[in-house]
Design a protein. Sequence first.
Length: 88
Amino acid sequence: MTDVQKRAATQDAAVLQKTLLVDLNDKAALKALSEEGMLSLSCLHDAYLPNFEAGTKMSRKIEAMIANTRERSLRYMQYKAMSSCNRS
């Protein structure tokens, strides 16, 4: 893993961690976090170019580490459901 890939993965993990803490009733916070997540994911994939698949694999690995308990997994799924409902 290069230094750029490590920084991008760390950034993505930090954003995913925020999904466990965000107020699910705060539409503005959900939108902001969703946008931050898209940017961090794009950065992570760019760090792995030209091997886009490796970036996707790392993203899934980070997601699995963040949602590593039943409680965290349920909370992450709630965030995903709420953030997709609030896209405009």
